[in-house]
Design a binder for this molecule. Sequence first.
Ligand SMILES: NC(=O)C1=CN([C@@H]2O[C@H](COP(=O)(O)OP(=O)(O)OC[C@H]3O[C@@H](n4cnc5c(N)ncnc54)[C@H](OP(=O)(O)O)[C@@H]3O)[C@@H](O)[C@H]2O)C=CC1
Ligand SMILES: O=C1O[C@H](COP(=O)(O)O)[C@@H](O)[C@H](O)[C@H]1O
Length: 498
Amino acid sequence: MNNFAMIILGASGDLTKRKLMPALYSLHKDGRLTGGYSILGIGRTPYSDEDYRSYILAELRQFVKSEEQSEELMSSFVSHLYYLSMDPAEAEGYALMRQRLVDLTGDEQPDNLLFYLATPPSLYGVVPLHLKKAKLNSPHSRIIVEKPFGYDLKSAQELNKIYVSVFAEHQIYRIDHFLGKETVQNVLAFRFANGIFEPLWNRNYIDYVEVTAVENLGIEQRGGFYENAGALRDMVQNHLIQLVALTAMEPPAVFNADTFRNEVAKVYESLTPLTEVDFNEHIVRGQYTESGSKKGYREEKGVAPDSRTETYIAMKLGISNWRWSGVPFYIRTGKQMPTKVTEIVVHFRETPHQMFHSAEGKYPRANKLIMRVQPNEGVVLKIGMKVPGAGFEVKQVMMDFSYDQLGGLPGGDAYARLIDDCIQGDPTLFTRSDAVEASWRFFDPILRFWKNNQDAPLYGYPAGTWGPLESEAMMQEHGAEWTNPCKNLTNTDQYCEL
Ligand SMILES: NC(=O)C1=CN([C@@H]2O[C@H](COP(=O)(O)OP(=O)(O)OC[C@H]3O[C@@H](n4cnc5c(N)ncnc54)[C@H](OP(=O)(O)O)[C@@H]3O)[C@@H](O)[C@H]2O)C=CC1
Ligand SMILES: O=C1O[C@H](COP(=O)(O)O)[C@@H](O)[C@H](O)[C@H]1O
């Protein structure tokens, strides 16, 4: 690839050092970035090119897996980095940005120019307008915009209007890094590359579905950001609902960016609109409180002492179509949970009649399929089997696939895959404008309900626990319960097997 240039706005930030630079290094290491490419970092913090290279080199040593570190490759990678100190919120710096680009590429309009918007979301609207004014929005350029894309439906619609006034839709890449995860993409392969599951994949055989993405860390250094976001905007409106879409979507006739994204958008459009009953009974929000050595959310830096921002949310969704009518999808996310796990659990209906007994007292009537996104990535099917010996005792066992059987997951993470796709001009795994808006359209009423009902319940849960008990109660209405890996975990950094 000739003449590739990337401009990262927000290059002194957390995302750049922890995710973007390790991903770009991984592409460099794998020979995916060839030729004399340049990466220009933009931020207000003053760095010379040399200082910026040293800073990023030090961060790579911290954030790249040790087995993938090579001093030689890391040094050659950082030699492609440059830095320009300017405020991306202000128009005047953009002429300098343009000049710097010409100096680096020898070209006013490089063949392959990629902007990465990694600034605070408050700048997402203004940056494209400045790029347009400085004539940096050439037809050869693309822009990746970080999440959250919008703060609510109205702001997402306004942002979409701005972006399409500057770039064509095919130049706009709204990133949701969950879609870059190998194991998330594998949900599609699992469903559509195997004939045996699809006939069962509907309301006749599936009782309910759980989607969980919980973390054992708090908000870290991101108090300022998180206070204005909360778990619904940070995780649910984008990542969790993507997982729901992949689980629930219809198979596209062919697999390409348009057909795949059409089916995702259809799922969002089929989400059953929430009612007052749902707000009160089918949504549980929580906030972690101090426990042992773990701080409570309200004690975190940048958080108001009386904050009502949710760090946990569990909710019941419905999908109003022929395939899913009446099947609840229970989704949840939370900070400061006992472990980090992201998984989709499909609960099949029980056998209609029981013939066997279980010495465990509980006959495992229902099969369960667990698609584990992270960690211990793999797929597990729980099935009942006869215990060897006298009688007919049945016990639940696992048929499992682990990525280790395929030699493990590739080194580059989700960001590497997605940046590479964008460079190649493939938008399949990026969110289209109609899907973003459809998702906001569904979640917006919850935000409005919380805003208008300041006393709506927000339950405290001790840091390191599975969240408010009310979320269990919500599922009991369906005779269901959350699958909590490691229910009795004592060491919260540990992660146990399924
Ligand atoms: N961090 C993460 O894990 C994730 C982040 N994101 C998204 O990525 C984006 C960047 O996040 P993150 O890197 O954590 O944020 P940070 O606040 O760490 O970094 C943003 C950078 O933008 C720069 N900046 C430029 N102009 C301004 C301005 N006017 N006001 C404030 N900062 C400015 C700041 O650098 P300087 O002061 O030098 O100008 C800062 O380093 C956010 O939208 C976030 O939602 C998404 C997923 C995960
Ligand atoms: O986008 C985000 O995702 C991370 C979780 O991502 P993962 O790949 O580590 O599972 C979350 O911690 C963060 O709050 C959110 O902004």
